[in-house]
Ligand binder design. Structure first.
Ligand SMILES: Cc1cc2nc3c(=O)[nH]c(=O)nc-3n(C[C@H](O)[C@H](O)[C@H](O)COP(=O)(O)OP(=O)(O)OC[C@H]3O[C@@H](n4cnc5c(N)ncnc54)[C@H](O)[C@@H]3O)c2cc1C
Length: 413
């Protein structure tokens, strides 16, 4: 397919990257989002390029943890009782993905795509004229509890098998390495391959602006459906108009399931809701992003302030946020850094688009060959958004991406 009119639905990090790469291939591209670019989940993430994160969320033994998740709504992973019947099929697949052999396969697929992520981020940063937005500092996982660190050995073993670079540090070294931290951490792991962006929201807005400056069209409209011709979708329908197209990319994050169903595929996509607290005047800034191994959240020194982000809440797309979860992040943050200036604090909740096996969908449609799907990046959407955009352009062009995309196929379930 060359020089076609392609619609990309969703202007998060995945959609803007796909739009830019398709534009580079000479296509006429219309990027459609009901919000402004970046205002979905891509707005508030922890901004970390987590190249080490090749373990799926569902790891062996997760089945025995589910009752605990249900009983503790303030834990790092919580399930809302009211949403349990709706998410039960997803949870069964999640548990199935935690089998040791499956975890091994998933980690191999994730590592392969993660290894390509930083290069494409560098390319995007150059393209928007902002190489300094990407901070190649590495990141540090810190542990107060010996028990948590002992159980993290499972992750370290998996990472070692996948060739992830890391260095374990003991208490004295941690204090010298990251003086902003309280001296309470007994173990740490430094991951030099990881990096972060100074402002994840600005990154998306600037990629969208570049796309528009190069002649791309951005429409702020909600997509409601499609018209179909002999070969597949021939128009994207929004609340305002019907837009004739040659092909369509669904990159609507956690909201992609219904649009995908309209294009002939049933996918087990749900959402892992997450929270952040950003302190613009914290007065304490670590040199690099940190990960709390005790409570499973990230801390990132952004240009907009110090951000604490993470936790997983299985509660669907409709329920109101429970900002008590953000307050818990804040309490853990105070333990890490001591008192923090909370003036100007902002709390946020976002919807990670999550597949039960923690692998994204990066795929051509099987039902219609002029459809492509790019979502389900869960905890890794910022990391993998740019490389996903590039891979989608390869798929549209029929180019060999040099990467096995079968693990990311839309019909793998
Ligand atoms: C607390 C938290 C911390 C995180 N930290 C990290 C991190 O450090 N590193 C990392 O790699 N990832 C992280 N993530 C995950 C990452 O933020 C997501 O995976 C990523 O933002 C998903 O991007 P997206 O483009 O797929 O979706 P989104 O950014 O949600 O974009 C989808 C867009 O589609 C639009 N849309 C939906 N339906 C329609 C429709 N019908 N018509 C028009 N438009 C529509 C929406 O308006 C939205 O703008 C984190 C997530 C959370 C919640």
């Amino acid at each position: 397919m060359s020089e076609q009119h392609i619609a990309v639905i969703g202007a998060g990090i995945v959609g803007v990257s796909a739009a830019l790469h398709l534009q580079r291939d000479g296509h006429r591209v219309t990027l459609i989002d009901e919000r402004n670019p970046g205002e979905g989940t891509s707005k508030g993430n922890a901004a970390v390029l987590a190249i080490d994160s090749c373990a799926p969320v569902a790891t062996p033994g997760v089945l025995w943890d589910v009752p605990r998740y249900l009983m503790n709504p303030m834990g790092p992973l919580a399930i809302r009782w009211s949403y349990l019947p709706k998410i039960a099929p997803w949870l069964l697949r999640f548990i199935a993905a935690s089998r040791p052999e499956r975890v091994e396969e998933i980690s191999i697929a994730l590592r392969a795509i993660l290894l390509r992520a930083t290069d494409v981020h560098r390319d995007l940063a150059r393209a928007i004229g902002e190489t300094a937005i990407l901070k190649e500092t590495g990141w540090l996982g810190v542990f107060e509890s010996d028990k948590k660190f002992e159980s993290y050995q499972w992750d370290l073993d998996l990472q070692k098998r996948r060739g992830v670079e890391y260095r374990v540090m003991a208490q004295e070294e941690i204090r010298q390495f990251e003086p902003a931290l309280q001296p309470i951490f007994r173990h740490a792991v430094y991951y030099p391959e990881n990096s972060y962006v100074l402002d994840n929201f600005r990154l998306v807005r600037e990629v969208a602006a570049l796309f528009a400056a190069n002649g791309g069209t951005i429409l702020k409209q909600r997509v409601t459906g499609f018209d179909f011709g002999a070969k597949g979708p021939s128009a994207v329908k929004t609340e305002a108009q019907s837009i004739p197209i040659d092909g369509v990319v669904v990159a609507a994050g956690a909201w992609s399931k219904k649009l995908t169903a309209m294009l002939g595929h049933k996918v087990p996509l749900d959402t892992e809701r997450g929270y952040h607290v950003t302190l613009p005047n914290a007065q304490k800034m670590p040199r690099m992003p940190l990960y709390s191994g005790d409570h499973s959240f990230a801390v990132t020194p952004l240009e907009v302030g110090l951000r604490f982000a993470g936790t997983v809440e299985l509660g669907g797309l409709e329920a109101a946020p429970n900002y008590a979860r953000a307050e818990i992040l804040m309490q853990h943050g105070r333990r890490m850094f001591g008192e923090l200036d909370q003036s100007g604090r902002s709390d946020w909740m976002g919807f990670r688009p999550s597949m039960p096996d923690s692998l994204p969908v990066i795929s051509q449609g099987r039902r219609y060959s002029n459809t492509w799907f790019a979502y389900g990046h869960g905890h890794l959407g910022l990391t993998l958004g740019p490389v996903t955009g590039k891979l989608i352009a390869d798929l549209v062009a029929g180019r060999d991406a040099g990467l096995d995309l079968k693990p990311f196929a839309i019909d793998r379930f």
